[in-house]
Design a protein around this ligand. Structure first.
Ligand SMILES: [Zn+2]
Length: 217
C-alpha cells in the first residue's frame, strides 16, 4: 500500500511505495532521509521493551550505590537524588529529573507495549494511535544518559573520600539506557502507522475486558 508523506525538512509531499528490506528512501528535492525498513521491527522492538521493563523494575527497586567512609556505610536508591533536590528547596529541578529520567522512559516502554503487542496479533486497542503519537512526541525528552553522566562524575569525585560500591540498580540503569536506545532504533514508525490503519479495532465498549470484536477499521 502506497502512503503519502511530507518531507520533514522541506515539506514536499511524496507518495512512498512499500519498500523492500534494507532500502532507504530519501527526499528527491532536499535529499533528507525519509525511511529505512527494519528487519522484523515489531518483534525486535517488543523484545527490547520487555527487557527494558525488567531492567527498570530492578533499577527502581534495588540499591543504587553504597558508600563507606570512616566505618559508616550508607546505601542510596536511584530516586535519592530527586528526594535530595526536593529537600534542598529545588523542587522544580527535582520534578524535571523525575519526569525526564524516570517517568518519560516508563511511559515510552508502557505505551510501546500497549500499541505493539496487540498490533503484532493484528489488533488495535482504544487510543493506540493517540498514545503512539504522544510516544513519538515525548521520545526526545527521555534523558537518562544525562542523569547517568551526572552520577558518574559525582562517583569519580566521591571515590577520593569514600569507598563507593555500585549496586544492582546501577548496572540495570546503564543497561536500560542501551536497551531503550536499541528499541528506538529497531522501531519503524511508518510500519506501525500502516499496521494501525489496517488492524482490527478492539471495541471500546468491551474494554478493558479485552473481548476482541472483529470490526474492520
Ligand atoms: Zn525534502
Amino acid at each position: 500500500m502506497n502512503s503519502i508523506i511530507a518531507c520533514h525538512d522541506c515539506d514536499l509531499l511524496l507518495t512512498l511505495p512499500e519498500l523492500e528490506m534494507g532500502v532507504v528512501a530519501e527526499c528527491p528535492r532536499c535529499g533528507a532521509f525519509l525511511r529505512r525498513t527494519q528487519f522484523n521491527s515489531l518483534n525486535r522492538t517488543l523484545g527490547w521493551v520487555s527487557a527494558g521493563l525488567v531492567l527498570y523494575v530492578i533499577a527502581v527497586s534495588f540499591p543504587f550505590l553504597s558508600m563507606t567512609t570512616k566505618g559508616i556505610s550508607k546505601t542510596t536508591a536511584l530516586t535519592s537524588g530527586i528526594v535530595v533536590l526536593y529537600q534542598q528547596n529545588m523542587a522544580g529541578m527535582g520534578a524535571v529529573v523525575l519526569v525526564t529520567c524516570l517517568l518519560a522512559p516508563l511511559f515510552s516502554m508502557l505505551s510501546l507495549l500497549y500499541v505493539l503487542a496487540p498490533l503484532r496479533l493484528g489488533y488495535r486497542f482504544p487510543w493506540a494511535a493517540q498514545l503512539f503519537a504522544w510516544y513519538l512526541r515525548l521520545r526526545p525528552w527521555s534523558m537518562m544518559e544525562v542523569y547517568m553522566l551526572g552520577i558518574l562524575i559525582s562517583m569519580v569525585k566521591l571515590t577520593k573520600m569514600a569507598l563507593v560500591i555500585p549496586g544492582p540498580s546501577f548496572y540495570s540503569f546503564i543497561g536500560l539506557i542501551f536497551v531503550l536506545a536499541a528499541s528506538s532504533v529497531s522501531l519503524d514508525p511508518h510500519l506501525v502507522w500502516s499496521k494501525l490503519a489496517k488492524a482490527h479495532r478492539v471495541h471500546q465498549e468491551w474494554y478493558p475486558l479485552f473481548r476482541f470484536t472483529h470490526e474492520k477499521s
